[in-house]
Design a protein around this ligand. Structure first.
Ligand SMILES: Cc1cc2nc3c(=O)[nH]c(=O)nc-3n(C[C@H](O)[C@H](O)[C@H](O)COP(=O)(O)OP(=O)(O)OC[C@H]3O[C@@H](n4cnc5c(N)ncnc54)[C@H](O)[C@@H]3O)c2cc1C
Ligand code: FES
Length: 347
């Protein structure tokens, strides 16, 4: 999905694009696609039910050097359930500006547009503009392989791309090459930029065994779990299960790690493996997990797994191996967890 895909000049702009323009939230335009796509993804993934704080907290990863952030924030906050009435009035006025055509007669302050039902104008998310596309259905997406979880192989001769769905796929792909690289969310690129890829890349983002969580005595988190999902789980469990009340502290700490778009696709396994390859990478996850004595499950074949401590993990040979899950132990409620993060700015 691209910024042109959600709305464009030929077929009409999406409401997010229109409102950003109406609030003068774009100047040189360099940053605009990023703002629009970020807003679009949080808007859609929250079923269009957002509040102003959620919107404000989701933009730590976007920078604008031209317009200042106020018009951008104002435009997007008009999509919030709790949007400020003044912003919605401003939106209504801006919409009126777009449809008023000068009649050339001195204004008698009885403009017919004023009769518009204010409740419709202030209908927040139900607000609709016929000139723009408001919703995008599933039909607008292009699915490469919908519902078919067979490993995809793109073979370009010397270079190969595998999209694995199971651990069996992963080890099959490894067995077909001498050198490979796993890719999960691929956000590691933002920390350590890789320009030379090996000939084989194995996409493990959808490997079933790396997804989800379970609780036996420990809390077992799939290594392919995105950080946002992990945070939600931490918050929920810390409220429901006294053995894991310490996860509230983990959640607060994680709220200062990276930013929402990175956390939405960046995975636990990816973060830990970056610590494995680059020892001075300041991995917050490694620190949190080590502080409670977590252990990792490493697979060297689909049915051959081994459990290691966080410190042992840093020393083992990971060639032809994959991190499958992380086990966090229950802690008695007399344990107290506190962490601090030192950083130049909190967003
Ligand atoms: C802007 C930004 C800010 C960040 N801030 C912080 C921060 O404050 N604190 C912090 O701790 N981190 C931070 N990070 C790091 C972030 O948490 C990681 O980039 C993310 O978790 C990596 O996950 P991924 O799925 O994208 O990994 P990828 O980029 O896909 O992979 C990273 C590496 O891990 C390997 N890998 C991935 N999954 C597995 C697996 N299951 N088994 C074995 N190898 C695997 C890949 O081969 C690759 O070498 C930041 C990142 C960015 C981009
Ligand atoms: S509009 Fe120019 S950088 Fe944002």
């Amino acid at each position: 999905m691209t910024v042109e895909g959600i709305g464009n000049r030929t077929h009409g702009y999406h409401e997010i694009q229109s409102r950003l323009a109406k609030f003068n939230g774009t100047q040189c335009g360099y940053c605009t696609p990023g703002w629009v796509m970020n807003m679009y993804s949080i808007y859609e993934s929250n079923n269009k039910k957002l509040n102003s704080t959620q919107i404000e907290n989701s933009f730590a990863g976007n920078l604008c050097r031209c317009t200042g952030y106020r018009p951008i924030a104002d435009a997007f906050k008009t999509f919030a359930k709790d949007a400020d009435e003044r912003l919605l009035h401003k939106l209504a006025d801006l919409e009126d500006l777009a449809i008023l055509k000068p009649c050339g007669v001195k204004c008698n302050k009885k403009c017919p547009h004023k009769k518009k039902d204010e409740s419709v104008l202030l209908g927040k998310l139900n607000y609709s503009n016929q000139e723009t596309k408001e919703t995008i259905s599933e039909d607008d997406w292009c699915f490469l392989e919908k519902g078919n979880n067979k490993m995809i192989v793109i073979d370009c001769g010397t270079n190969k791309w595998f999209k694995a769905y199971t651990l069996v796929d992963v080890f099959k792909a490894i067995g077909r090459c001498s050198d490979y690289k796993f890719i999960a969310g691929n956000t590691g690129q933002g920390v350590f930029h890789v320009t030379n890829y090996p000939r084989t890349v194995i996409d493990i983002f959808n490997v079933a065994e790396l997804k989800g969580h379970s609780i036996d005595v420990n809390l077992i988190l799939g290594a392919g779990m995105p950080l946002s999902e992990m945070m939600e789980l931490f918050l929920k469990l810390s409220n429901e299960n006294a053995d894991f009340s310490y996860l509230k502290g983990f959640h607060e700490h994680m709220d200062l790690v990276a930013h929402v778009p990175v956390r939405n696709i960046g995975t636990i396994g990816g973060n830990l493996y970056m610590k494995y390859t680059t020892n001075d990478f300041q991995s917050d996850l490694f620190l949190l997990f080590e502080s409670v004595g977590a252990t990792l499950t490493i697979a060297e074949a689909p049915n051959k797994m081994k459990s290691v401590t966080m410190l042992e993990f840093l020393k083992i040979n990971m060639k032809n191996k994959i991190i499958v899950n992380i086990m966090l132990p229950p802690l008695s409620s007399c344990c107290s967890f506190k962490s601090y993060k030192i950083m130049p700015r909190s967003q």
